[in-house]
Design a protein around this ligand. Sequence first.
Ligand SMILES: CC(C)(COP(=O)(O)OP(=O)(O)OC[C@H]1O[C@@H](n2cnc3c(N)ncnc32)[C@H](O)[C@@H]1OP(=O)(O)O)[C@@H](O)C(=O)NCCC(=O)NCCS
Length: 376
Amino acid sequence: MSGLEGVTAAQSSICFIDGEKGILSYRGYDINELAPNATFEEVVFLLWEGRLPTSDELEAFRSELAGKRDLPPAAMAVLKQVATQMGPMDALRTTVSALAAGRDDADAYDVETDRLKATATTAQVATIVAHYHRLRRGLPTVEPDATLGHAANFLWMLNGEKPTPAAERAMDVALILHADHDLNASTFSARVTAATLSDYHSAMTSAVGTLKGPLHGGANIGVMRMLLEIDESGADTTAWVKEALAAKKRIMGFGHRVYKTLDPRAVHLEALSKDLAEQAGETKWYEMSLAIQKTVKEEKGLDANVDFFSASGYYTMGIPLDLYTPIFAVARVAGWSAHVLEQHENNRLIRPLSDYTGDLGKKWVPVEQRAPTVEA
Ligand SMILES: CC(C)(COP(=O)(O)OP(=O)(O)OC[C@H]1O[C@@H](n2cnc3c(N)ncnc32)[C@H](O)[C@@H]1OP(=O)(O)O)[C@@H](O)C(=O)NCCC(=O)NCCS
């Protein structure tokens, strides 16, 4: 099947999706239970341990994560080197790889070692993204604040200002909603790498590279670029979308390989986008998003996915466009880690087949006897 559509490639107890009914659960907890109630740290614990933490366990886990936020010197040196020369996803990919520098256990893949690496990397991906943004602007990096939770500390290190409670909660919910999604392309890529018995950081590096593409994590930037383009052109939003669809263009933030109905994450992100817009007194982007959603549904029958309303929400929070996909990684590193742990716990090499469509039985011809290729 092209694109492995409909193919089951692993047994997993991490994430359940019903694409027909629009259901998403992490370890048996519906996302509608988690998004309004949990923190990102609780969800990370849930994904890795398979159960929610007690209050003591949560406190211990929060401080374990908070204690790992500083980048190791080698990774910081790499980040400083590349920050002005690479885009954010490229810099993240390279720096995540450098997190393995100097580790005696770099090649180990037992569950305990994976778990240590996962804790450090989940803390540090947020640091990489925040530091990258400041370094490329020539600003001093901001030291992590151990009194802040993961979402608030990320905004603090990014902006050098303590976030409002609304911004902190919005980021926490966005991170929860992006934390895992079964065998999406980047997670599959992480599992394929881990399944060769390669190490945790190799798997994360594969995953970051896979997330970057505009058909996966890169779609949220495309959504915001579209909103800005429509606004700058002065066009009517509905007419613009109809014209784009007539020209067979893809509208970023719509359609999904698994969901055949509204992505349940989009419901929460729409509410967040609306709240943020109303608090900021600028509802233009949210309203344009609603108009696009209505038109794409009417014209193509397609529903919004996770990337659609996150774009207007992040924009209203003042987050630079090209950090939307890195923020996806800040969250998804939790899911990638859960899947690498699960893969290494019960490993088997992932090696599918292709349906060969080429020729067979050709005879070798010495190079001087080969006919020149005829240009079409
Ligand atoms: C996510 C996505 C890659 C899934 O793709 P897929 O399962 O391989 O589906 P296909 O690319 O085969 O698309 C099926 C049909 O829907 C159309 N379609 C899918 N998504 C579309 C979109 N966002 N805008 C317009 N048309 C779309 C395709 O053109 C195709 O139509 P056709 O049969 O008339 O040619 C696809 O929906 C897409 O490109 N979406 C935009 C990018 C995006 O938002 N990605 C984030 C996903 S969370």
